[in-house]
Design a protein around this ligand. Structure first.
Ligand SMILES: Nc1nc2c(ncn2[C@@H]2O[C@H](COP(=O)(O)OP(=O)(O)O)[C@@H](O)[C@H]2O)c(=O)[nH]1
Ligand SMILES: [Mg+2]
Length: 326
């Protein structure tokens, strides 16, 4: 079966081959893992990538980190990893403080944040990993910063609505990210190797002090087609509950609960699957044996299904409850 490798994968593979340090190799391998097409034809390759990655990680953890040119990376946790990207002082660190239990330093001077800091954001019964990052700015050219952005599942592009240079700063950020061959959200992606598109939400922060509705209108006029826009105040908390929900939706996953036949339903520990997953994907997730042995399933979905039988191709939705029978 042809592997159908994508240009992004091939570019990561090229970087892997030319990588000089273990950290660079790990970063490239992680990207290969994340972008390799997942089907039968690549199973062996996937296993091989995994093996190499764990070998390199073990190697890296045995060595003391070199002080000069330290490379940072953030292992994924929770149902998805979301990177906070933006110009200096836009409020990325305060947002992470307010949405997670992490405590990044917040200050009214630029470049306070110099290393990535992950924190877990609770949303209902799942957790999303937010990663606070140094500003995306020409004065902070560290390549690991862009590797983290490339590796994230989605991006929050945070801007300061009260900043008189808002538009200029935003363009600088977008330009920097484009240098790293990342296209944030919609718009043309150059047809050259290595480019990738990242799902991005534009977060207009500091609405508590931002001047006029016109500021927001300009942002909408210029970027409204490219980005969905959310207004928040990290300071007062306004808009943050909605932001949690939007971040969850950006990850394009669904939560499915399973219930044992004859048992009462307990809505705990959902299985998290890609949006568009079929019943059989859930079954495979629950137990490998179900792949061959699944006879039928019953489905509960608010307002639609009350325990009806569904077949293995049934497309699941967020908050479905399923009873698997074999
Ligand atoms: N008034 C107001 N100030 C904010 C808000 N968000 C952040 N700040 C302030 O802006 C400054 C920069 O915040 P910080 O989170 O360190 O920005 P970062 O550089 O993007 O991480 C700090 O003084 C924060 O207290 C907000 O929503 N409203
Ligand atoms: Mg910061």
């Amino acid at each position: 079966m042809p592997a159908n490798l994508t240009p992004i994968y091939l570019e990561a593979e090229r970087r892997f081959k030319t990588a000089k340090t273990t950290e660079e190799k790990i970063a490239a391998l992680e990207e290969m893992m994340a972008t390799i097409p997942r089907h039968k034809g690549t199973e062996k390759m996937q296993a091989e990538l995994k093996r190499r990655l764990s070998k390199l990680r073990a190697e890296a953890s045995r060595r003391p980190p070199s002080r000069a040119g330290l490379i940072h990376r953030v292992d994924k946790e929770g149902i998805g990893q979301v990177a906070l990207v933006g110009p200096p002082n836009s409020g990325k660190s305060l947002l992470v403080r307010k949405l997670t239990h992490a405590q990044p330093e917040v200050a009214d001077y630029p470049f306070t944040t110099r290393v990535p800091l992950p924190g877990m954001m609770p949303f209902e019964d799942v957790q999303v990993q937010l990663v606070d990052l140094p500003p995306v700015h020409p004065d902070f050219p560290e390549s690991w910063l862009y590797q983290i952005i490339r590796n994230a599942d989605a991006v929050l592009l945070v801007v300061d609505l009260s900043d008189p240079d808002l538009l200029e700063d935003l363009e600088t950020t977008l330009g920097q990210v484009a240098n790293a061959k990342v296209q944030l959200n919609l718009g043309e992606v150059p047809n050259t190797p290595g480019w990738m598109r990242k799902r991005t939400l534009l977060v207009a922060n500091k609405i508590d002090i931002s001047g006029t509705p016109e500021d927001l209108q300009i942002l909408r006029d210029l970027y409204g087609e490219r980005f969905e826009l959310t207004r928040v105040s990290a300071e007062t908390g306004e808009g943050l509950e909605g932001l949690r929900q939007t971040v969850f939706e950006m990850l394009d996953v669904i939560r499915v609960y399973t219930k044992a036949p004859g048992k009462k339903l307990e809505l705990v520990a959902p299985y998290v699957l890609k949006r568009g997953s079929h019943l059989i994907d859930l079954a495979a997730h629950v137990h490998h044996d179900f792949l061959a042995q699944l006879k039928y399933a019953r489905l509960w979905r608010e307002g639609r299904f009350e325990g009806q039988m569904v077949n293995r191709d049934h497309v699941l939705e967020d908050k479905d409850v399923v009873e698997l029978h074999r």
